[in-house]
Every structure is written in structure tokens, then in C-alpha cells.
Write a protein that binds this ligand. Structure first.
Ligand code: ATP
Ligand code: MG
Length: 272
């Protein structure tokens, strides 16, 4: 497949985190470059996979600027500035919305960065149309279905973020149809703009591999002599799905290489 790597847009250098006596992350290093495909607007979907309890959410919080790691740096965006709250869109587990505000009210909060009122309202209308939520404008979150709530939460983050969208376990608690719907939506959002980058943190190997262009596996090292676990998650493996011809494909699950990759990952991480 014809593609090219351009500028670095996310750089994680030696990030470590301890909570109490617990070493959660140890020397996490990640570098992500913009990917360009001639003739296409190609955003990017990056999946971070690891078994439950490995430290994905804590790492996610560091990427989002919600949590400061003990050591290391995280630079994000075309201009590679330190991450901080508000620089990236964050969709946390369970898709939180302001419960006392309508869908429209939630969008307005998210779009408060727009100085021009007409521009802001146009942008909100545009996003609500794209996400099929126009007729739900006046509804409160409690009056929405799970899928609608999810779409509203993603729409909200698209309004306030510039290109980067982080999602923690976007598939958890969803049935098969909803997983397909959310996956399609994530792909659509990724390819709306060349620099759009969606980072998914998940333990759902199948859904994550199906929509990602690159997979970063997190895990722990073991001591050579006694085979004991060394505390602290780091990046253990990286899989480039573009190289394997598994990126930008409809029904990628039916591709023989897809199952090969799933089995390869499961071979390394039987608990996934
Ligand atoms: N305040 C704390 N003090 C010490 N350890 C903590 C604290 N909070 C969380 N942990 C530990 O941090 C580890 C990583 O938690 P995290 O929520 O990041 O895991 P996760 O990979 O996102 O798991 P899941 O897939 O279940 O969401 C867990 O093993 C947890 O026990
Ligand atoms: Mg988690």
C-alpha cells in the first residue's frame, strides 16, 4: 500500500509513573508520525492494547494531561508542545456528559472556545448533523440511548479538540451492532482531517485491531534468570497494520492476515 511517514505528531519519552509503592508505568516510549497517502485525506487510528490492570487508563490520563507522570515528557501536535488539559479531546470510559444539560447545551460548553457566535453555532449544527443528533438537540443525556450518548460524547470532544482524540475503552459494554457503529464513526472522524489522530486504549483485541493503523502493545518485562515480573508497564511490541495491508480496508476481519495477527498478539498475551 502506498503511504509515507511525515512529521512526528506525538512523542512520549521515558514516561514512568508510581502510585504509592506501585510502579505502574516504566520508561514508556512512543513516537507517532503523520501518515500521508497520495490522493487521500488520511487521519490515523492508534490502538494501545494491554490486559486489564496493566496501566492503560493511567497512561491515557498522562497523554491527556490529566495526570503528570513522575518522569518523562509527552509532546503532542504538529508543533510538538507538552500535552495539557484542553489540547486533546478526551472520551473517558462510559462516555460522560453533563447530565443537567441538553445535547445542545453539552455542545455549547464544548465549543466555548469559539469567539464568534455564528461560527460556533454553525460548527455545532455541522457536527450534530454529521453525528445524526439534530433531532436530539433538546434531549437530556438520560433520554438518549447508549449509542446516542456515545455519539454525543464523541461529538462534544470533536468540538473542543484540535485533531487529537483520546478514547478509553470505546467498545466496552457495547453489543456487536453498536461496536460496528462506533467503529465506523471513529474511522469517519479520523479521516475528516489529515492531522486527525485518534488514540484508543483498550483490552478489546478484535475491535481495536479491526480499526487501527498501528497497534502498540503494553506489558511488563521479566527478569532473565528467575523469570519474575519487573513492575511497571512499557511498550513491548508494535504492529504496523499498514505494512501488513490491514489498514484502510472495509471488512478487514475477513482478510486472512487479520486472524494471523490476532493469533500472533494472543501468542504474546494469552490473557488478552
Ligand atoms: N491509587 C493507586 N495506588 C496504587 N495503585 C493503583 C492506584 N490506582 C490504580 N492502581 C493500579 O494501577 C494499575 C493500572 O490501573 P489502570 O486503571 O491504568 O489499568 P487498565 O490497564 O486501564 O485496566 P482496565 O483494562 O481494567 O481498565 C492497576 O493494577 C491498579 O491496581
Ligand atoms: Mg482502564
Amino acid at each position: 500500500m502506498n503511504y509515507e511517514y511525515k512529521n512526528v505528531i506525538l512523542k512520549v519519552d521515558n514516561v514512568s509513573l508510581k502510585l504509592g509503592k506501585n510502579q505502574i508505568l516504566k520508561d514508556v516510549n512512543v513516537e507517532i508520525r503523520d501518515v500521508v497517502r497520495p490522493g487521500y485525506t488520511t487521519g490515523q487510528i492508534i490502538g494501545f492494547l494491554a490486559p486489564s490492570g496493566m496501566g492503560k487508563t493511567k497512561f491515557f490520563e498522562c497523554l491527556a494531561g490529566i495526570r503528570k507522570p513522575d518522569t518523562g515528557t509527552i509532546l503532542i501536535g504538529e508543533d510538538l508542545q507538552p500535552t495539557k488539559i484542553g489540547r486533546v479531546g478526551v472520551v473517558q470510559q462510559n462516555y460522560p456528559l453533563f447530565m443537567n444539560k441538553t445535547v445542545y447545551g453539552n455542545m455549547r460548553v464544548a465549543a466555548s472556545g469559539f469567539k464568534n457566535k455564528t461560527e460556533r453555532n454553525d460548527r455545532i449544527d455541522d457536527v450534530l448533523t454529521k453525528f445524526g443528533l439534530v433531532d436530539k438537540k433538546g434531549f437530556y443525556p438520560a433520554q438518549l440511548s447508549g449509542g446516542q450518548k456515545q455519539r454525543a460524547a464523541i461529538a462534544q470532544q470533536i468540538l473542543c479538540a484540535n485533531n487529537f482524540l483520546l478514547m478509553d475503552e470505546p467498545f466496552s459494554g457495547l453489543d456487536v451492532n453498536m461496536i460496528k457503529e462506533v467503529s465506523d464513526l471513529i474511522k469517519e472522524v479520523a479521516h475528516m482531517h489529515e492531522l486527525n489522530t485518534i488514540i484508543i486504549v483498550s483490552h478489546d483485541i478484535h475491535s481495536t485491531v479491526a480499526i487501527s493503523d498501528t497497534i502498540w502493545m503494553m506489558g511488563r518485562d521479566r527478569t532473565a534468570d528467575t523469570n519474575n515480573i519487573i513492575p511497571g508497564a512499557k511498550i513491548k511490541y508494535k504492529y504496523n497494520l499498514m505494512e501488513r495491508d490491514l489498514a484502510w480496508k472495509d471488512n478487514v476481519e475477513t482478510h486472512p492476515e487479520f486472524n494471523k495477527l490476532i493469533n500472533e498478539i494472543k501468542g504474546e498475551f494469552p490473557t488478552l
